[in-house]
Design a protein around this ligand. Structure first.
Ligand code: HEC
Ligand code: HEC
Length: 320
């Protein structure tokens, strides 16, 4: 009996030691590194692509990279990343070759946006956006814009501040969050005359579902419809004061979702952030999407009417 206890004690000790060594290893080795297999790619730089890219970047990149004082994408301290993930700064992605991404090739930027792997092989943790499903033409547009010299991306010499990921971030990047595969086939734009296809494409690639489903952790970024509570709301992004804001249910459930909304009401809420008698509909981190056309927002609305309704009453957190 005594011997058995002793053996059990040793096993426990060995296990503890293994956990401590494992934790130390993760903490010291940090964010994991992956091979970089760059595709052949040059951004098209056509005027149409640059215009489209500016619109997409102002919706998808500015929220995290824009410094409001300079109006440029020079990075900032991200107060809306939960403290458990560490102290996180986004980066200078203007055209400056030394301080921005002017020294990156088009292919390196493409590889990062698709897979989440930076040019030095390090994985960009979940607090940096990835675009695994975006049409090739739209990704080309974003990269063309980053290269365009337009005011938001004009070369700027603001140095980066290195993010300080917490142990939890490092652990999650080892076990939960993995890079996305580089697409092996072309991803075409949706047919803009097929309203439902366009609406689904925008609802997925403008990140609507990622905030408006149950939780970032249970989102399925490669098959968005399989995300838990798809568009049923209740996810809790943080506002700029670092407080949780519950996202709205956008499924067609008439009581708890937007089943009773008209297309006009939806367009007004999404584009201008107002509903009813000039009541506010949106708050940070969802800003008015004035860049989108009525046709685009209308298409998202039409698509949302076709998805399964979810009964989930979400308390509004406006005016926190
Ligand atoms: C949710 C916040 C967020 C969004 C949205 C976002 N980024 Fe980032 N981005 C970050 C953070 C944080 C880093 C730093 C990550 C790191 O170094 O570990 C980063 C890093 C980068 C880098 C690497 C720069 C370098 O010098 O290492 C590039 C390039 C980049 N982002 C481009 C973009 C583009 C283009 C978009 C829009 C399609 C975008 N980001 C959207 C937060 C974001
Ligand atoms: C970064 C997270 C985030 C993203 C991305 C996002 N939303 Fe939101 N959305 C919110 C939050 C937060 C609210 C406000 C909830 C509150 O204040 O109660 C909101 C509110 C709304 C509302 C108002 C709902 C109501 O009942 O008043 C609509 C409509 C909406 N979003 C549609 C969209 C669409 C369409 C997209 C994609 C183009 C989108 N959202 C992308 C977070 C997000």
């Amino acid at each position: 009996m005594k011997k058995a206890l002793k053996i059990a004690g040793y096993i426990l000790l060995a296990l503890l030691l293994l956990i401590v060594v494992g934790a130390l290893y993760i903490n010291i080795s940090g964010i994991p590194k992956y091979p970089v297999n760059l595709p052949e790619f040059r951004a098209s730089m056509t005027p149409d692509a640059i215009d489209r890219g500016e619109k997409l970047a102002s919706l998808l990149c500015a929220g995290c990279h824009l410094d409001h004082k300079s109006g440029r994408l020079i990075g900032k301290h991200m107060v809306d990343v939960p403290a458990e993930f560490g102290t996180i700064y986004s980066k200078n992605i203007t055209a400056d070759p030394e301080f921005g991404i002017g020294g990156w090739t088009d292919a390196e930027i493409l590889y990062l946006l698709r897979t989440g792997i930076k040019r030095d092989g390090y994985y960009a943790p979940p607090y940096m956006a990835k675009l695994p499903k975006m049409a090739d033409q739209d990704i080309d547009a974003i990269i063309s814009f980053l290269r365009s010299g337009r005011p938001m991306v004009k070369a700027d010499k603001t140095p980066d501040q290195e993010p300080i990921p917490s142990f939890l971030s490092k652990l999650l990047c080892r076990v939960v969050f993995k890079p996305f595969p580089m697409p092996t086939e072309a991803i075409p734009m949706p047919d803009s005359l097929d309203v439902l296809a366009l609406g689904q494409y925008l609802a997925h690639n403008l990140d609507c579902y990622s905030c408006h489903s149950a939780d970032f952790k249970t989102n399925d970024y490669l098959n968005p419809e399989k995300s838990a509570g798809y568009f049923g709301g209740g996810n809790k992004p943080l506002n700029e004061k670092g407080r949780e804001v519950l996202t709205a249910n956008l499924t067609p459930d008439p009581e708890t979702g937007i089943g009773n909304w008209t297309e006009e009401q939806f367009i007004r809420a999404v584009k201008y952030g107002i509903k009813g008698n000039n009541e506010p509909a949106l708050q940070y981190p969802m800003l008015p999407h004035t860049q989108l056309s009525d046709h685009e927002v209308g298409a998202i609305y039409q698509y949302l009417r076709t998805i399964p309704p979810i009964k989930n009453k979400v308390e509004r957190s406006l005016n926190l």
